[in-house]
Design a binder for this molecule. Structure first.
Ligand code: MN
Length: 218
């Protein structure tokens, strides 16, 4: 239905508008996180990143590049390589593209206070097609609550599906599930066995210690 597709194109917002919530939550004089004035397009293929975040509660953040920003979900247990696992993924505000490289400590008292590492990163492909075999634009997949992507990371590879659940409150609840393909592996537990950052080789603890200067537990 061409009319539907036009409607989705019309709701496309400029990047600055999409980043309003992200910027409103943060004081960039205090947090080392990027404000997001930089790049609008990362490269030939869209990027994905999974950041491990030791905040008030430990979680992983899955982010997919979509139309100039990183669509984001907080995944308390992190992604699984076992298709039988359904992992809760709470949609969070769009993040700037340069956030994909962010590793460091958000100071006490700031939004999301705690240490962040780049747990996995790479590119992804959109797997969703309409009945004519045409790719369904990612923006529309997000609006429909049905995302299916092929990840090419260092730790995570293969198909992953994200489906929005019905109902709920103001925060969108989705489920993240490994699709059944040759990359599925019920024996792996990368969130616990592969704790190092794929960009710096450091663990959360090492980043936290380096940034505190004296390695204390404050
Ligand atoms: Mn987070």
């Amino acid at each position: 239905m061409p009319a539907v597709r036009t409607a989705f194109q019309q709701v496309e917002e400029p990047v600055a508008k999409k980043l309003e919530t992200y910027r409103d939550k943060r004081d960039f004089r205090k947090t080392p996180e990027p404000r997001g004035d930089g790049k609008q397009r990362s490269g030939e293929r869209p990027v994905f990143v999974v950041q491990e975040h030791e905040a008030s509660s430990h979680h992983f953040d899955l982010r997919l590049e979509v139309e100039g920003v990183l669509a984001s979900w907080a995944v308390p247990k992190g992604p699984s390589t076992d298709p039988r696992d359904k992992r809760l993924a709470v949609r969070t505000e769009d993040h700037p593209l340069d956030y994909a490289d962010f590793e460091g400590t958000i100071p006490e008292g700031e939004y999301g206070a705690g240490t962040v590492i780049v747990w996995d990163a790479g590119s992804y492909g959109n797997l969703r097609e309409d009945e004519d075999g045409e790719a369904v634009p990612m923006q529309r997949c997000l609006a429909e609550g049905q995302v299916e992507v092929w990840l090419e990371g260092k730790k995570l590879t293969g198909g992953y599906a994200l489906h929005r659940m019905e109902g709920g409150d103001d925060r969108e609840k989705w489920l993240l599930v490994k699709m059944r393909d040759e990359e599925a592996d019920a024996r792996r537990r990368p969130t616990s066995t592969e704790p190092q950052s794929v960009t710096s080789g450091r663990t959360l603890e090492e980043v936290a210690e380096e940034e505190s200067g004296e390695g204390d537990s404050a």
